[in-house]
Design a protein around this ligand. Structure first.
Ligand code: PEP
Ligand code: MN
Length: 362
């Protein structure tokens, strides 16, 4: 894909930043005083890398506070000059892009509702042609990795090289503990598909409550994310949007100090030797798993042949129910979760059916 060939230019912007990169600031710009006071504290106590504030707010229902609009851009410009901070805001249309660029906003992010809409993303991308600005693309609200990658490609094709992504979780109909479901395998797969793409976690919108900020942030660090975007407000209780998930700058400082930093590489040779041995062991088990699967599918094919000769259906629900029950029970005794065994055996069963089908229809 286009992006993988261009890693250098995309990642250049992150090489001079610390890890994790910290983006903080209120959900929304409300008043000049609120913006200046929050920014002062975040600049002085935490030295955040990027100060965030929503100027145009995508609200679920009308009549909620929809942002102060362009006048807030003037406040962000002042933050930039006064505290020497990079500033960022969300854009959802061509007009937002032009307005934000007029005020020298350094970082534009595409929100989750917008990145789910290829028309809107393309409109933003077209407005970005020939501009040198950093663009962060939030995951679409629905868990669709191709859609997320599509948005990245649209922005990249517009000539933007300073691209990053923000993982903020996915909407669900059911009520869950978090406001949005993390689906961690999605950003992990994105990292595999586009290595070196800077990836930032947004625990505020994922958790939806200050209660979960620390645990989500630590998880992101453990998964080698490059940065965190956390909503911070001088007076969270009276915030005009997302009051429940915002923390004061000194609380943010405290939260960050409790995070345990981990790095993906080490130069300690004893540790590397040990890790190498253990990985060899894992590779061996993986090979054995593949061989076992090959043998298992051969048996399934033989069964398929007999079923065909005797005109028997492939699927026998009773038998499948027995297999999975037994596996979950036995797996539990071996410390394997029912969820894992369920998924594993469903995948094996499906593959087995596919092999039998092939034999039957030959
Ligand atoms: C935000 O960051 O303020 C925001 C609206 O986020 P999201 O697009 O993730 O909902
Ligand atoms: Mn918010």
């Amino acid at each position: 894909m286009v992006i993988a060939n261009n890693i250098e230019s995309i990642t250049a912007w992150k090489s001079f930043r610390r890890r994790p990169l910290i983006i903080a600031g209120p959900c929304s710009a409300e008043t000049e005083e609120q913006i200046m006071n929050t920014a002062r504290q975040l600049a002085e106590t935490i030295k955040v890398d990027i100060f965030r504030a929503g100027i145009w707010k995508p609200r679920t229902r009308p009549n909620a506070f929809e942002g102060v609009g362009a006048k807030g851009l003037e406040w962000l410009k002042q933050v930039k000059q006064k505290f020497n901070l990079s500033v960022g805001t969300e854009v959802a249309s061509e007009k937002h892009v032009y307005e934000a660029l007029k005020y020298g906003i350094d970082v534009l992010w595409i929100g989750a509702r917008t990145s789910a809409n290829p028309f809107a993303v393309q409109e933003i991308a077209d407005a970005l042609h020939g501009v040198d600005v950093t663009v962060l693309i939030k995951n679409p609200i629905n868990p669709d990795l191709e859609l997320w990658i599509g948005a990245i490609e649209r922005v990249h094709k517009a000539g933007i090289n300073k691209i990053g992504v923000i993982h903020r979780g996915f909407s669900t109909y059911e009520r869950t503990q978090y406001r949005n479901l993390p689906n961690w395998q999605m950003p992990i797969e994105l990292m595999r598909r586009i290595p070196n793409l800077p990836i930032i976690c947004d625990p505020s919108h994922m958790g939806g409550d200050t209660l979960y900020l620390h645990e989500i942030s630590q998880k992101a660090i453990d998964l080698n994310f490059d940065g965190l975007m956390i909503e911070s407000h001088i007076d969270p209780a009276h915030a005009w949007s997302d009051a429940q998930q915002q923390i004061m700058p000194d609380e943010l400082l405290e939260l960050l100090s409790r995070l345990i930093m981990r790095v993906p590489v080490s130069s300690d040779s004893k540790f590397l030797d040990l890790l190498g041995e253990l990985r060899t062991e894992i590779d061996l088990y993986d090979e054995q798993l593949l061989e076992l699967m090959e043998q298992r599918m051969k048996v399934a094919e033989t069964i398929g042949k007999y079923k065909k000769e005797n005109s028997i259906t492939i699927l026998q629900t009773g038998r499948w129910d027995q297999v999975i029950r037994k596996a979950i029970e036995k797996g539990g005794k071996k410390g394997l979760s029912a969820e894992f065994i369920g998924k594993l055996f469903e995948a094996i069963h499906q593959e087995s059916i596919n092999h039998q089908m092939k034999v039957m229809n030959k």
